[in-house]
Each structure stands twice: as C-alpha cells, then as structure tokens.
Design a protein around this ligand. Structure first.
Ligand code: NAD
Ligand code: IPM
Ligand code: MN
Length: 355
C-alpha cells in the first residue's frame, strides 16, 4: 500500500460546496498520480445539514480533528434556513482566527478563452494577486446590540487593527511583489474617512515600504480602487487590503476575470503552526445548488494553491496548465462562462487535459 504524502481534511459544507469540492479532489488525485503521489482525503460532514441533525456545526473535538491534518480543503458554508451566526461565525471565520490564517491570497487572472465583462481585455492582461488580511480588521467579533427592540436600539461593532496584524500582511504582500516581474504593489486604504484604523494601516505601510525599495508601491483609496479594477485592471500587480476591503474587492477581481466561479483562495498560516485552508472565494450559491451546474474551477484552482503550499509544485503546475487548456479550448464550460456543461463535465475535461 502506498503511504499518503498528505492528509487533507475536506469540509464540503453547504450548497454547491460539496459539488465543487469533489471535482477538486478528483483532479488533484489525477495531477498527483503523474508523480506517483497519493493524498488521503478525510471527508467531514460539517454543514448546515449536520447542524440541523446534531445542534452543532462541528463536533466538540472538531477543531482538534482539523489540526491533525496537513491542510483543509473547504467548499462553502451558509444556508438560507440557518443563521450566519451558526455557519459563518461557527465554522469559517473562527477557523481563520483559531488557525491564525492571516494571509488570504486571492489571485485573479484573465485566462485565454475567457470573456471578461470588460471590453477589449486580452488574455493575461488582468493578472493580480490580492493579499487580504484574514484575522482582524473589520471582521473582529467585537461589539454588541443594546436596548434590542426599543426605539433607541444600538449596535456597536469595533474594527480591530493592530500593528502586528498590519505589518505581517503588508510584509507578506511586499515579499510577493518583489518576486513578480512587475514588482508593483497597491495598498488599499480609506484613511481619509477611517482615520484611526486605516491611519495605522497607512503608517505601517509606509514603514514596510521603506524595507522594499525595489518594489514600486503606492497607496489607493478603496473607492478609487473599485473604479480602477473596472477602468484599468491591468495596472494592478500585487494588491494588499484589510479584511473587509479585500473581501469586497475580490468578488470584483474574480468577476472581471470572467466569473466568481474562477476565484480561488488560500488561507495561509505562513509559520505552518496550523493547517492552512483552501477554498473558492465564492459562497454556497443556494440559487444553483443541487443543479450540478456550478463551476468547479475556483475550487480546482484553490486545490492548486494547496499543492503549491504542500510542496507538490509539479502537480500544481500541471493542474494550472490543464485548467488553462480547458478554458482556451472553450469546448466545455459551465453556464457562468456562457456554456452548458455540468460541474462533472468540467472536472472530466480537466482530468482529460492532465493526460
Ligand atoms: P455566492 O458566492 O454563493 O453566490 C453569488 C452568485 O454567484 C450567485 O448567483 C451564484 O449562483 C453565483 N456563483 C457562485 N459560485 C458559483 C460557481 N462556482 N459557479 C457558478 N456560479 C456561481 O454568494 P451569496 O449568494 O451572497 O451567498 C450565499 C451563501 O454563501 C451565504 O450564506 C453566504 O454567507 C455564504 N458565503 C460563504 C462563503 C464561504 O464559505 N467561503 C463565501 C461567500 C459566501
Ligand atoms: C469570503 C466570504 C466570507 C467573508 C463570508 C462568508 C463571511 O464572503 O470568504 O469571501 O466575508 O470572508
Ligand atoms: Mn467574500
């Protein structure tokens, strides 16, 4: 029997999550097989359905179970009939914090054969890496509701920006920019309005940028960034943003490269103290769940990022090439890309392209 080179926890989750995740597993197996490598996949049923059955989104020993894996492959969580406080706030966001997955890398690339909703964009003209802070900022679970149901009902939610938190994501993004041919970096801010939190972000950005004189860096307000992602996305190389700004901008960066169905993401703990987590940036898509038409490429490209993280660079490169080939040939495409193919057809096409 072959020893598994890595043990992966698989949390398909809700809606299209399990549908796209199964395709990611298939194609990863096929990519690894070329190098004679085998992964062990441990499918965990944690989801809204699991919650409705057990009253918990994950079992008491769930976090310990996850920690025993080399990485986590995640689908999506969230269901119209279960509150976000249970799903998103019981599983996804705590995972990012508990495992200190402070780097959320979300690449956006316009593949040959894919039509951008923006006019006249040649293949490869959009090619950016968005680095999103993933453990604090506007997502800090600090706050509460007072005087509920009264006319002076009050809600408070406090953003938490720390020097350490800003510094580690900014440094990671600068390191990445340094390794790219264009060596450009854009720091997203809104310190004209949010003077305290994004004021600190900007201070740290200026300090870190001094350590990377070879990187051409500038700071851009988030509203202007939203405009420029549409108006001239080709100018962006590495983009670094706070948790909320990074979330919003990456639905946009994925959409201008054709579909959120192509948007991969890696939630990384660079120190490797915990398993990193890989998931598409889209959600559970309740509107198309169960129809078998979700685009699995975001999940597949997330698995590619996982292979890179786990050192299987051959298999990762092969997977990237296979996806690029399927998109270029343009025979098999899911409805989000203007075709009629199913989720499984798309997985089949990637497996076939792997040879
Ligand atoms: P969504 O990303 O699930 O869907 C937005 C739109 O994009 C829908 O029209 C959907 O059909 C389409 N879409 C998404 N993924 C697709 C794919 N792979 N192929 C084709 N089309 C695709 O966002 P939403 O509707 O705002 O959220 C639905 C639920 O998912 C909510 O509960 C939300 O909280 C949750 N969510 C979870 C995650 C996650 O687990 N990481 C991410 C985002 C949203
Ligand atoms: C994402 C999602 C999550 C986020 C939601 C489900 C809380 O939109 O991963 O992009 O905002 O981080
Ligand atoms: Mn999002």
């Amino acid at each position: 029997m072959t020893m598994a080179a890595a043990k992966i926890a698989v949390v398909g989750g809700d809606g299209i999550g399990p549908e796209v995740t199964e395709q990611a597993i298939r194609v990863t197996d096929a990519a690894l097989k070329r190098d004679g490598v085998v992964y062990a996949w441990n499918r965990l049923p944690w989801s809204s359905t699991f919650y409705k059955k057990t009253g918990q989104i994950l079992p008491d020993d769930g976090w310990d179970t996850l920690r025993q894996h080399d990485a986590i492959l995640f689908g999506a969580i969230g269901s119209p009939d279960v509150p976000d406080t249970v799903t998103v706030h019981g599983l996804l966001l705590p995972m990012r914090r508990k495992f200190d997955l402070y780097v959320n890398l979300r690449p956006a690339y316009l593949f040959d054969g894919v039509q951008s909703p923006l006019r006249d964009k040649p293949p490869g003209s959009i090619d950016m890496l968005v680095y999103r802070e993933n453990t604090e900022g506007e997502y800090a679970p600090t706050g509460g509701r007072l005087y509920v149901g009264t006319p002076h009902e009050t809600a408070v939610q406090t953003s938490v920006f720390t020097r350490r938190g800003c510094e580690r994501i900014l440094r990671t993004a600068f390191e990445a920019a340094r390794k790219r041919p264009r060596k450009k970096l854009t720091s997203i801010t809104k310190s004209n309005a949010q003077v305290h939190t994004l004021g600190l972000w900007d201070d740290v950005y200026r300090e870190v940028s001094k350590l990377f004189p070879d990187v051409q860096a500038h700071s851009l307000l988030v509203d202007a960034a939203a405009m420029d992602f549409v108006r001239k996305p080709e100018v962006f190389d590495v983009v670094v943003a706070s948790n909320l700004f990074g979330d919003i901008l990456t639905d946009l960066s994925a959409t201008i490269t054709g579909s959120v169905g192509l948007g991969a993401s890696a939630n990384i703990n660079p120190e490797r103290a915990f398993p990193s987590m890989f998931e598409p940036l889209h959600g559970s898509a309740p509107d198309i769940a169960g129809k078998g038409i979700a685009n699995p490429l975001a999940a597949i490209l997330s698995a590619k990022l996982m292979l890179d993280h786990l050192g299987q660079t051959n298999a990762a490169a092969a997977l990237q090439t296979a996806v690029a080939r399927v998109l270029k040939e343009a025979e098999v495409r899911t409805p989000d890309l203007g075709g009629k193919a199913t989720t499984t057809d798309m997985g089949d096409a990637v497996v076939a392209a792997l040879g």
